[in-house]
Design a binder for this molecule. Structure first.
Ligand code: URA
Length: 319
C-alpha cells in the first residue's frame, strides 16, 4: 500500500476507534445513571444536576422532590392545553377514579401490593388540573408540529405514544432513540424488542398496553432529556395518562420514574415499590436498555413485573 493510502486508512481506523470508545464511555455513563450513581461522573454536567444529586444524597429515606421541575409544571400544564377547560383538581378526580388495589381483582395467592406515598407532601402532579373532555387525538392536535423546546431541531418524527387507549397498564420510557425517531413509534429498537418480550412474558400483547415516553422528540446522541425539555413535554404525557386512566403505570428507568415521582433519588432506591399517582398505581423498574447492558438485572425486573401482574390479575405466558 502506498504511504499516503496507508496514512488515510490509519486515520479512518483512528476515527472508528474514537467513535467506539465514545460509545463505550456513553454506555458506562448511562449504566451509572441507571444505577443512580450519577454524581461520580456528573462533574461535567450542568450545575443543577449536581445540586440535585447532592440533595438526594442527604435524603436517603424520602423521595426528594425536584423543585425546578415542579415549579415549571403548572404553567407548562396550562400551556399544554390552550383553551381547554380544567376538570377540577386532579386529587378530587383521582380519588373518585381511584381504583383500589385489592384482592378482588388479583388472584387470591397474589402478594398484597404495598402502596407508599410518592412524597411526604402532596406532589404537584397530584394537584394539577385534569383537562375536561380530553382525548388522545386532542392532545396530539395540541402538540401539533411542536417547536416548544430545542429537541424539535433534530427530530424526524414526534413519537406520541402507541397502544390501547383504554389500557390498564401503561409503560413510560425516557424518550425516542434513533429507530423510534425514524418510525414515529416508541420502543421499536433493541430495547423495544426486549420490552415487547417482557410484555408477552406477562401474558399480554404489545397492543394491550399503552407505551409512551417523557419526551416525544429524540434527544441528540441519545443523551438524557434535559430539565427544560422534560418540563415542556411531560404535561402532554400527564394528559395522556389522565385520558387513558390505567390501573398501573410502569416507569422504565430513572428518567420516567424521577419525572413522574418528582424525585432526584436513584431508581435503585425505590424500584419495585408502589406509589399512588393520580388515581393509578405506579411502579418503577429498570429500563430495558439497561437490561441489554446488564442482563443479570432481568431477574429484578421480572420480580417487579410479577407485582404488576398480581395487581392486574395476569398469569405469565405459558411456554
Ligand atoms: N428508550 C426509551 O426510553 N423510549 C423509547 O421509545 C425507546 C428507547
Amino acid at each position: 500500500m502506498d504511504p499516503a493510502k496507508r496514512q488515510s486508512v490509519g486515520a479512518r481506523n483512528e476515527v472508528r476507534d474514537d467513535a467506539r470508545l465514545q460509545e463505550q464511555v456513553k454506555d458506562w455513563l448511562r449504566y451509572g445513571e441507571d444505577l443512580g450513581l450519577g454524581p461520580y461522573y456528573r462533574d461535567r454536567a450542568p450545575l443543577h444536576r449536581i445540586a440535585e444529586a447532592s440533595a438526594a444524597a442527604v435524603e436517603p429515606q424520602s423521595i426528594a422532590t425536584s423543585s425546578a421541575i415542579s415549579a415549571a409544571l403548572p404553567n407548562a400544564m396550562a400551556a399544554a392545553a390552550p383553551g381547554r377547560k380544567p376538570a377540577g383538581p386532579a386529587s378530587t378526580a383521582a380519588s373518585a377514579a381511584q381504583k383500589s388495589v385489592t384482592a378482588a381483582k388479583a388472584p387470591p395467592a397474589a402478594p398484597a401490593a404495598t402502596i407508599l406515598p410518592a412524597a411526604a407532601a402532596p406532589s404537584l402532579f397530584e394537584s394539577l388540573d385534569r383537562i375536561a373532555d380530553d382525548t388522545l387525538p386532542r392532545i396530539r392536535e395540541d402538540i401539533g408540529d411542536c417547536t416548544r423546546c430545542k429537541l424539535h431541531k433534530g427530530r424526524t418524527n414526534i413519537v406520541f405514544g402507541v397502544g390501547n387507549a383504554k389500557a390498564e397498564l401503561v409503560f413510560v420510557g425516557e424518550g425516542p432513540g434513533h429507530d423510534e425517531d425514524l418510525k414515529g413509534e416508541p420502543f421499536v429498537g433493541r430495547a423495544g424488542k426486549l420490552l415487547t418480550q417482557m410484555i408477552e412474558a406477562m401474558g399480554l400483547q404489545r397492543e394491550d398496553v399503552y407505551i409512551a415516553n417523557v419526551v416525544k422528540c429524540r434527544p441528540p446522541e441519545n443523551r438524557l432529556p434535559e430539565k427544560d425539555e422534560i418540563a415542556t413535554c411531560s404535561p402532554y404525557l400527564l394528559r395522556q395518562l389522565d385520558v387513558i386512566g390505567p390501573k398501573v403505570i410502569c416507569c422504565l428507568g430513572s428518567c420516567a420514574s424521577q419525572t413522574l415521582l418528582q424525585t432526584t433519588q436513584g431508581i435503585s432506591k425505590f424500584r419495585g415499590e408502589w406509589f399512588d399517582f393520580r388515581g393509578a398505581k405506579l411502579i418503577a423498574t429498570y429500563h430495558p436498555a439497561y437490561l441489554l447492558r446488564n442482563p443479570p438485572a432481568k431477574s429484578e425486573v421480572w420480580k417487579d413485573l410479577q407485582k404488576v401482574m398480581a395487581v392486574l390479575g395476569l398469569q405469565p405466558r405459558k411456554r
